[in-house]
Design a protein around this ligand. Structure first.
Ligand code: HEM
Length: 200
């Protein structure tokens, strides 16, 4: 239940939240053509999903036991057998991970910018700088990631085809609440408004 349901529910909630905060991106997603035969044909929606999972990764930490001694760049070593907690959230918010166009200005890391995952902008970036589904050869990364991406694209494309998603002004700005997965304190409240017939 946790791996397959709560993760996607968290991702979907935060994606909608980010699209609500950036109506210009929401509108652009609404303008994309939905092709059942090839869901990869939703390039901008895909970029919005990825950027949301960068800022709000559903799984914020993973742990690994070192199978061998590991030397760190600063000369220190992690001995074999030690269990390390790896912060996906920390990696995704680290300005040194080349997520920014201007790495010296770290505040850009906090900005929701779907164009960050544009092919042009990621060609020099380490593949380990964005790991919402974990990563690595022969390790336990997410077996459901392709399914999860398709599921999210379908759910979002059909929601945005029928509705405009809006902020719930009665609720305070949500605070991130990392539990087993990333939730929002008090819940994440949004409003939906049917798009008028003929708009789409
Ligand atoms: C946005 C959605 C999802 C995210 C962000 C996500 C993230 C992750 C992460 C980070 C791990 C690695 C945990 C670790 O290294 O300890 C993982 C493992 C796993 N995920 Fe996902 N996941 C998602 C959706 C799904 C779905 C839809 C399924 C099943 C249909 C699934 C099934 C699994 C399973 C079974 C594992 C454990 C694999 C193993 O231990 O060998 N996940 N997931």
């Amino acid at each position: 239940m946790f791996e397959g349901e709560d993760t996607t529910a968290s991702a979907l909630s935060w994606i909608l939240y980010n699209l609500v905060r950036h109506p210009e991106y929401q509108e652009r997603c609404q303008q994309e053509e939905i092709e059942w035969d090839d869901l990869a044909q939703l390039p901008f929606l895909t970029m919005c999903i990825k950027e949301s999972m960068r800022l709000h990764p559903p799984v914020t930490v993973i742990s690994r036991c070192c199978a061998q001694d590991i030397s760190l760049p600063d000369g220190r070593a992690i001995p074999k057998g030690v269990t390390c907690i790896i912060s996906i959230f920390g990696i995704h918010h680290n300005p040194l991970c080349e997520f920014t166009y201007a790495p010296w200005f770290s505040v850009f890391c906090q900005v929701y910018d779907p164009f960050r995952s544009d092919l042009e902008n990621i060609k020099d970036r380490s593949p380990l700088a964005f790991i919402p589904f974990s990563t690595g050869p022969k390790v336990r990364n997410c077996i459901g990631q392709t399914f999860a991406m398709s599921e999210m694209k379908v759910a979002l494309a059909f929601t945005l085809l029928r509705f405009r998603v809006l902020p719930d002004d009665k609720e305070p700005e949500p605070r991130r609440k990392p539990e087993l997965i990333l939730r929002a304190e008090g819940g994440l409240w949004l409003r939906v408004e049917p798009l008028s017939v003929g708009t789409k």
